[in-house]
Design a protein around this ligand. Structure first.
Ligand code: SAM
Length: 263
């Protein structure tokens, strides 16, 4: 059976199913993850197991979280092996603190994420930073560019600032649409997230509040967009030029402001 007929039977658009078919790409991804035998690898959305089946013999503990019961059942039949734990559930309902505690180890997360639900999954995973060793996610290239963006670029925004607070993020490889079935319209990028040793802790709700005000009208000067929270005098006191616009404020300056909010 060729790839097309195999995947046509399985493919469900509502779960953002786009399956990797290029063996060289799959091998590169495994090399990038570089699993070690005693590590806990958690794959989000294993699908038909294109990457999973090459991971099975490389680690002692492999957890697979797959929302689609049909694919989860097929994987259970295909990969019956003591070291595999298949969880048929929405990753958004997965508590990684519990899993890490049970295994007494930090987790290595990996996944070719469904395009239609990427941001929710990333935000869910974000809060488990303390029990994460590292993460490798394959994402739509445009989304990856927004996550790694720096100030003064059009991609720089809420997502870049929030993600880069928690993680050092490294783009690794770009993958062509022809490596998947069905063929998506966009390129993908694999990025690595390494938990940061951040010195100051911030309140995420407060950071989101500032970012919403600043970026909802990103061309406004911050003395106007943030005036509900900071006076011009405050901004000057914090060494931040009130005439700058949202995308000209550095990530550290946003973190600093977050800790100055008095609410
Ligand atoms: N890893 C496979 C591959 O690379 O060929 C499939 C990747 S496909 C882009 C995304 C996978 O995530 C699908 O298998 C889909 O069913 C699964 N998925 C989608 N939403 C999910 C969720 N909320 N929780 C767990 N799995 C999910």
């Amino acid at each position: 059976m060729n790839y097309n007929s195999l995947y046509k039977k399985n493919f469900k658009r509502k779960f953002g199913q786009v399956f990797l078919k290029d063996v060289n790409v799959i091998k590169s991804i495994i090399n990038l993850i570089c699993p070690k035998i005693n590590q806990i690898i958690v794959e989000i959305g294993p699908g038909t197991g294109a990457v999973t089946k090459r991971l099975v013999n490389l680690v002692k503990y492999l957890f697979l979280i797959e929302i689609d019961i049909d694919l989860a059942t097929k994987l259970t039949n295909k990969l019956s092996n003591n070291n595999i734990n298949i969880m048929c559930q929405n990753v958004i309902n997965t508590n990684f603190f519990i899993l890490s505690r049970q295994m007494n180890q930090k987790l290595r997360l990996f996944g070719n994420l469904p395009y239609n639900n990427c941001i929710n999954i990333i935000f869910h995973v974000l809060k488990y930073v303390n029990v994460i060793h590292d993460i490798h996610f394959m994402l739509q290239r445009e989304l990856a560019n927004r996550i790694i963006a720096k100030p003064n670029s059009k991609e720089y925004g809420k997502l870049s600032i929030i993600m880069q607070y928690y993680y050092n993020i490294v783009p690794l490889i770009t993958i062509s649409p022809t490596s998947f079935y069905p063929t998506p319209k966009v390129y993908s990028t694999v990025i690595r997230f390494l938990p940061r040793n951040y010195k100051i802790s911030i309140n995420l709700d407060k950071l989101i509040l500032i970012l919403n005000l600043a970026f909802n009208q990103r061309r406004k000067k911050i003395k106007n967009s943030l005036k509900k929270l900071f006076s011009i005098k405050d901004l000057i006191k914090y060494n931040i030029n009130p005439s700058l616009r949202a995308d000209e404020i550095t990530i550290d300056q946003y973190y600093y402001l977050t800790n100055k909010i008095n609410i």
